[in-house]
Design a protein around this ligand. Structure first.
Ligand code: NI
Length: 172
């Protein structure tokens, strides 16, 4: 597979709802591996298929620290089946909004059901950074970016910055 390019906001492809995967076959496994490669290349901890222009419900996550062994998770059709009442606020960034950050409040712990790379249905209990990251990536499958959780004032400041950067890149 060619190297996957990560789409930078604002871009209409990041605002669409992704479609469920019928079956995790070889093509979906290749997509998952390509996404992990693109994510690690960009030093990210999560990536959703719409960010590489594929409108499928596929995400990859790896929140392991640099000194730890890699712990990649490949998920198709991820679905939050339980969320804690406890909320956690934390700064979030996104490979599609480079160098932009904002505080987002989300449930501190979740249970997620998904199809793994072997098409087996799995359930995972996650909390802290992993829970936050999975929720952020599932948002992407609904066309939701972390800036959509911020006030419109903050969102517009970030999107204007990114638009300006894109123009600068386009003109060289
Ligand atoms: Ni993101």
């Amino acid at each position: 597979m060619d190297k996957l390019e990560i789409i930078v906001a604002p871009d209409p492809r990041l605002k669409r709802r992704a479609e469920a995967v019928e079956r995790v076959d070889r093509d979906i496994r290749r997509l998952m591996d390509g996404m992990l490669e693109a994510m690690h290349r960009a030093n990210g901890i999560g990536l959703a298929a719409p960010q590489v222009g594929v409108l499928k419900r596929v995400i990859v996550v790896d929140v392991s620290q640099p000194e730890e062994p890699p712990a990649p998770l490949r998920m198709a059709n991820p679905e939050i089946i339980w969320a804690s009442n406890d909320l956690a606020a934390g700064d979030e960034g996104c490979l599609s909004l480079p160098e932009q950050f904002g505080e987002v409040v989300r449930p501190q712990a979740i249970h997620v059901r998904f199809r793994d790379e072997n098409d087996a249905i799995q359930e995972l209990a996650a909390e802290g950074l992993l829970a936050k990251c999975i929720q952020h990536e599932i948002d992407h499958l609904e066309g939701v970016l972390f800036v959509d959780h911020l006030s419109s004032l903050k969102r517009n400041i970030i999107l204007r910055k990114l638009t300006k950067q894109k123009k600068l890149l386009a003109t060289g």
